[in-house]
Design a protein around this ligand. Structure first.
Ligand code: SAM
Length: 276
């Protein structure tokens, strides 16, 4: 899969792609990331990329000409003929649709993604109209530029590309992961094998994790995790995931894939809470 980033700060990305999973994915040839300096597509002495907004108001706006030249130099199919099941040009924007795990999963199936990083007050809207297939926001806050957002989109997408993580079950069993029914049999634990996770997070947050030492500053790990009973471990993890989701992101429960047992458990902790 190929990512292209159009930015006025290409150096911003130097260290981001030089570590961990992203570095390995690039080194192994599973992913390529090319950064393009928007100022290389200007033709004046000052390499001007921005100008004042029509209608007045605060700040500056990224001009359409350099962005258009930059995007057209990348050889992506023009928007009118583009197969968005293969390639996508994305404008990072606080006004965009939310970038979520399902959006990352869909992007991970494409051959090519071009990410346009705004700065100042944003990007001339004609760039969006002429070239972009979608606007994506990484959250309900305003960043100074699209670079951090582009890095977030690439990181979250890249780790869903087959082969990028050593163990493909890792991404399937994380927070926001698919329901167990959507997971292939290869991820299901075989008889007696250690539990992979919570039987698929099914849209819940992940459960808490523990490693050695078993006792740290007076806090012992939950007994069940050392007991070796994998059914009990699976149930414990499921309940902790339900608890954490109820506490931190109750909105996710509305769409989560919940069993009758899950509902009973949630009702029991809600009634305990209301008795306090
Ligand atoms: N005037 C814009 C607004 O109110 O929506 C904010 C512009 S912001 C200071 C500059 C650039 O940062 C944007 O053009 C966009 O590329 C990027 N940006 C800011 N917040 C973002 C977010 N939540 N998600 C993605 N990109 C964002």
């Amino acid at each position: 899969m190929r990512f292209d980033i159009v930015t006025i700060f290409p150096e911003f990305f130097t260290s981001i792609f030089a570590h961990g999973v992203m570095r390995r994915a690039i080194a192994n040839g599973l992913v390529s990331v090319d950064c393009h300096d928007l100022r290389n597509f200007t033709h004046d002495r000052h390499r001007t990329v921005d100008d004042r907004p029509f209608g007045g108001g605060e700040g500056m706006v990224l001009k359409p000409e350099p962005l258009t030249e930059a995007i057209e130099s990348l050889g992506v199919t023009p928007k009118s003929n583009r197969d968005t099941g293969r390639e996508s040009v994305i404008l990072l924007s606080a006004q965009g649709a939310s970038f979520t795990q399902p959006v990352a999963s869909r992007l991970a199936t494409l051959d090519r993604v071009v990410l346009i990083c705004g700065r100042y007050e944003g990007v001339d809207e004609r760039v969006n109209i002429l070239h972009c297939d979608q606007e994506l926001s990484i959250g309900d806050y305003v960043l100074s530029g699209g670079e951090l957002a582009a890095a977030v989109v690439i990181d979250a997408t890249m780790r869903l590309i087959p082969g990028v993580l050593g163990n493909e079950a890792s991404s399937a069993y994380e927070s926001f992961g698919p329901a167990q029914s959507d997971l292939t049999a290869q991820f299901s634990p075989q008889g007696g094998a250690p539990p992979l996770s919570t039987h698929g997070s099914g849209g819940l947050l992940d459960y808490p994790h523990y490693t050695r030492p078993a006792d740290f500053r007076g806090l012992a790990i939950p007994d069940v995790l050392a007991g070796g009973n994998h059914d009990q471990i699976r149930r414990w993890r499921r309940e902790r995931a339900l608890e954490k989701t109820l506490r931190n992101r109750p909105d996710l429960l509305e769409k989560a894939d919940l069993s009758a047992e899950d509902h009973r458990f949630l009702r029991s902790i809600q009634s305990q809470e209301s008795e306090k």
